[in-house]
Ligand binder design. Structure first.
Ligand code: ZN
Length: 307
């Protein structure tokens, strides 16, 4: 497609018998001609207007002629590289369905989610300085919008998109969770979804995990009371590691199908973490003490007991 054409959108995806993507109608010469003859009937201006209505979209998409967009269900993806667009759309649609089920949000929810894949490093630096907590961040979510730095296919293989989707869907489901539970859900299940997607494509992916070297490791109650991301990089890493362990431990005790109800009990009904584990899932003092150890002990041996 001519790179100089304005930003356009694929409204739905079609595939040929080999499963490859078929160029949508608007890509054909006839469509371009018809759309050209009927100004006001193309999707382009509508798409541009939609982006301008989105707070993050306005900041990210400054020159619509340099972007491509595609929609599937209620996930829309914009990218500066058309080759990455289809792949990202497949992955995001898959992840959205899985994430919605996990957090107990309706799969066919009205609320949409919008992704921008940024290849321009200067733009990414500007956005991350404004919104991110950490300079190593490769993705961020604001409301229903997500920006990911994805310069290559390899960068798209990371768990950034499913991770941010988990955050967006927990917000959309109206869950008011302790930050450690929300972050732990995004870290643990974002990765699980990512793995599931790539295994289904026959890819081999490896988790990049940076383990915090120092401490202090917070106790369970202190961790549950954290309300803002630590600014200091090592403290942030520690918070992420403890949050992920917390959700892994709960998942081990109650099982993945119960996670949506667990989140609802805490994030909607407003019950306490220990109360829900004990009263809803019959966890005894030993199991709660085990969660405490998993969360607050830096030992690798603790990992082995639930991984
Ligand atoms: Zn996160």
């Amino acid at each position: 497609m001519d790179k100089d054409e304005p930003m356009k959108r694929k409204r739905s995806q079609t595939r040929d018998e080999k499963g490859r993507c078929v160029p949508p109608f608007w890509r054909s010469g006839l469509a371009a001609l018809l759309l050209g003859l009927l100004p006001g009937m193309t999707g382009c201006s509508d798409v541009y207007r939609e982006v301008l209505d989105r707070p993050l979209g306005r900041e990210v998409i400054r020159d619509p002629s340099a972007w491509w967009g595609a929609t599937e269900g209620n996930a829309t993806v914009y990218a500066q590289n058309p080759e990455l667009l289809q792949e990202a759309l497949d992955k995001i649609s898959f992840s959205r369905t899985r994430a919605a089920r996990l957090v107990g949000a309706p799969v066919e929810a009205e609320q949409d989610v919008c992704f921008y894949l940024v290849q321009d490093e200067a733009l990414w630096r500007e956005l991350s300085q404004k919104y991110a907590i950490h300079s190593n961040t490769v993705s961020l979510a604001v409301g229903n919008e997500v920006v990911c730095l994805a310069r290559t296919r390899e960068e798209l293989v990371g768990d950034a998109a499913p991770h941010e989707l988990m955050h967006v869907l927990m917000q959309q489901a109206g869950l008011r969770l302790p930050l450690a539970i929300e972050e732990g859900m995004a870290l643990h299940f974002g990765w699980e979804i990512n793995l599931e997607y790539h295994l289904s494509c026959g890819d081999i992916v490896q988790k990049k995990k940076s383990r915090p070297s120092g401490g202090p490791w917070m106790g369970l109650d202190a961790l549950l009371q954290v309300t803002a991301y630590p600014r200091e990089p090592e403290a942030l890493l520690l918070f992420y590691a403890q949050s992920e362990r917390l959700v892994q431990a709960v998942n081990e005790l109650i099982g993945t199908p119960a996670m949506a109800d667990f989140l609802r009990q805490i994030g909607v009904v407003g019950r306490g973490f220990r109360e829900v584990l004990t009263e809803e899932y019959g966890c005894g003092a030993e199991q709660t003490a085990w969660v405490e150890r998993v969360v607050s002990a830096p030992s690798e041996i603790v990992d082995k007991s639930y991984e």
